[in-house]
Design a protein around this ligand. Structure first.
Ligand code: ATP
Ligand code: MG
Length: 391
């Protein structure tokens, strides 16, 4: 495996100090699949205090779990001491973390075989659960006994579904059965964590996997409204998710567009306000028919902003609606017009004799007049138009 020179530097420093070090988890999996890793996690038999002694710039991120963040060449690397998890009380967090100096033991507490591979340039691969073979076969398989592992930490089930959708892998039979049998335990996981995994799942490359995933019953317990929607419209939704851009608000809009109260569901997911608002802006305009009208597009552009409108068009393209490419080209070239761009203001209207709420109404009418033709956005034309309404 090829690693970066920074990672080799960090592993060399550990070795010099008399410790083992491996890169582990997502970065090894991604590399073996031909995907450039987005970060490198390192695991070692050095204890947190050793790690802090060896590296000059560190800070504590999850020291209680044995993780120290090391800053090297302005990049953060998580270095975690080999550990085994103690008993789990709440289906989510181990009661205690026990350090070990055996890499195999550390790998055995990880969730899936494909995530339980370690690599060191010196020692090669450490892959006691056949993770490389499962990557070749395209299989998500729980490490050791999936049933017990999901009872320990119920979030693992949702992670399994997410990896299946991200990588396009099948969930191995025993692992799938274990998810079905333990689905109810997902209730013990916080909504924030559930939503995070769900968002990753629906923006995955192979989001068509949402159909076999639906059958595990996991969503029924953690996201009952969404489970119901997927039962009703799963095939249509999977098709649209596959075709549309992979973006959180687009995916949420595709799932929620036909609901009476999408806001209620979004709030239950405890999503950020900005994600809720951008999704609602899409669901509100989901059924809007795009015809050749430039007026309608300017109006939408002013309401949704360019980024929002392009996302709406992307969804419509996925739905196979007509006129989308032309609308997209138009929107990309067009400057959005909002009230503050109007070449007339409240004072001008007051001078014409408009009073109180009439002024706001007139401004909106003038904005509409400019949507019809941006050439109308000249003070004399706007004043003349407004004067007509005073007569
Ligand atoms: P991603 O590309 O999404 O970051 P990842 O595999 O790196 O994928 P992380 O959440 O960053 O996922 O976790 C790093 C590693 O820690 C995993 O590869 C896995 O070995 C282990 N891990 C993470 N969460 C769990 C868990 N809940 N139970 C067991 N092992 C876990
Ligand atoms: Mg990771």
């Amino acid at each position: 495996m090829k690693t970066t020179k920074e990672v080799i530097y960090l592993l060399d420093r550990l070795k010099e100090a008399g410790f083992e070090g491996y890169i582990v988890g997502g970065c090894v999996r991604d590399y073996l699949m031909g995907i450039t890793p987005h970060d490198y996690d390192i695991t070692t038999n050095a204890l947190p205090e050793d790690i802090k002694r060896i590296f000059p710039r560190t800070f504590d991120t999850g020291i209680q779990h044995g993780t120290v963040t090391v800053v090297h060449n302005c990049v953060n690397y998580e270095i975690t001491t080999y550990r085994i998890d103690g008993a789990y009380k709440d289906n989510r967090h181990p009661d205690e973390v026990i350090f070990t100096d055996d890499i195999t033991k550390d790998l055995s507490r990880r969730d899936f075989t494909i995530n339980a591979i370690a690599y060191s340039p010196e020692k090669g691969y450490c892959d006691p659960f056949g993770g490389r073979e499962d990557i070749k076969k395209g299989i998500i398989r729980g490490v050791r006994e999936p049933n017990r592992r999901f009872r320990e930490d119920a979030l693992r089930m949702l992670r399994g579904l997410r990896f299946s959708a991200r990588l396009g892998f099948e969930i191995e039979e025993k692992t799938y059965e274990a998810i079905k049998n333990n689905a109810e335990l997902i209730k013990n996981v916080s909504m924030e964590r559930i939503a995070l995994e769900f968002l990753r799942l629906i923006t995955s490359e192979h989001c068509e996997k949402i159909l076999p995933i639906r059958e595990t019953g996991l969503f029924e317990y953690c996201l009952p409204e969404i489970s119901y929607i997927l039962k009703q419209r799963g095939e249509e939704i999977a098709g649209l998710l596959k075709k549309a851009d992979k973006s959180e608000d687009i995916a949420l809009c595709i799932i929620l567009a036909c609901e009476d109260n999408p806001e209620k569901i979004l709030k239950k997911l405890k999503l950020s306000n900005s994600l809720i608002n951008s999704t609602l802006s899409l669901t509100e305009h989901y059924s809007f028919k795009i015809d050749g009208s430039k007026y309608a597009l300017r109006k939408l552009l002013s309401e949704m902003g360019r980024e929002g409108l392009l996302k709406l068009l992307n969804i419509k393209q996925a739905k196979g609606e007509p006129n989308i490419s032309e609308a997209e080209a138009f929107i990309k070239a067009e400057e959005p017009i909002i009230i503050k761009d109007l070449n007339i203001n409240g004072r001008d209207l007051t001078a014409l004799g408009f009073k109180g709420p009439e002024i706001g109404k007139a401004i909106n009418r003038l904005l509409d007049f400019v949507f019809l033709n941006p050439e109308n956005n000249k003070k004399d034309i706007l004043l003349k138009e407004a004067e007509k309404w005073r007569l």
